[in-house]
Design a protein around this ligand. Structure first.
Ligand code: KIV
Ligand code: NA
Length: 262
């Protein structure tokens, strides 16, 4: 089936179609998610935590995002691929934002970029959109500001959240991730804009949902956020499988005849 475009993704809201978004960072997982029918794959800077093992997303570099995006692009046939601009690759100036976003589009083949911040990022979003680069916003809990926020905390400042959400739309963003806000606020923000809200810990009334691949599959042992529903416990399945492999190597039952060339 054919590629989902940015305008199609944006207009899902007016059709009342809920959007399913999931993160992926490599070819194999992107291909699985694409074949499972997700609307959008997010190459998130959560790669810094769930793949690289850092406690935050702050150390992730633009070159690393380009590498992961190239891998994902080979596995995504239908899904829209949106890529995070990592920390300190867009906050300095709108010019820096356009240059960094441009590299993700030109070198890696991304369809769109995502950046964190609403009101404070209006000029950066506008500059990217003016350059022909579609932008997804991200408001509420913005993990690149974890030290300023004093931790990964639920965001409750209604006035600020409304201003940030509408700023993303006014600056030309085509969608906005809303992270870790109470459900009633998630609903209010969703009715305040015509672009789709993609919730993560923002309740059931958002226009779509996003989950981190490793969280939804039980693959990330360090922390399970309240909003991360586990659709499978692959972590346990992987452990059991590798334990069996170790046992069979040690007792000589692997490889068997059928795994052996004659
Ligand atoms: O990096 C990421 O995975 C994200 C999603 C959680 C929205 O930004
Ligand atoms: Na992110």
């Amino acid at each position: 089936s054919k590629q989902i475009t940015v305008p199609e993704f944006r207009s899902a809201k007016s059709r009342g179609a809920k959007l399913a978004v999931v993160t992926a960072y490599d070819y194999t997982s992107a291909r699985l998610c694409d074949e499972a029918g997700v609307d959008c794959i997010l190459v998130g800077d959560s790669v810094g935590m769930v793949v690289q093992g850092h406690p935050t997303s702050l150390p992730v570099t633009l070159d690393e995002m380009i590498y992961h995006t190239k891998c994902v692009m080979r596995g995504a046939r239908r899904a829209l691929v949106v890529v995070d601009l990592p920390f300190m690759t867009y906050q300095v100036s709108p010019r820096q934002a356009v240059r960094s976003a441009g590299r993700l589009m030109k070198e890696a083949g991304a369809h769109a970029v995502k950046l964190e911040g609403g009101v404070r990022m209006r000029p950066a979003i506008r500059a990217c959109v003016n350059a022909g680069i579609p932008v997804m916003g991200h408001i509420g809990l913005t993990p690149q500001s974890v030290h300023q926020m004093g931790g990964f905390k639920v965001q409750r400042d209604e006035e600020q959240l409304l201003a940030d959400t509408t700023a993303v739309e006014e600056a030309g963003g085509f969608a906005v991730v809303v992270e870790s806000v109470p459900a009633d606020l998630g609903a209010k923000l969703t009715t305040a804009v015509t672009i789709p809200t993609i919730g993560i810990g923002a309740g059931a009334n958002c226009d779509g949902q996003v989950l981190v691949f490793h969280d939804m599959l039980g693959l990330y042992p360090d922390f399970k956020p309240k909003f991360a529903k586990r659709y499978a416990d692959l972590g346990a399945a992987v452990k059991t499988a590798v334990e069996s492999y170790c046992r069979e190597v040690r007792d000589g039952s692997f490889p068997a005849a059928e795994h052996t060339f004659r």
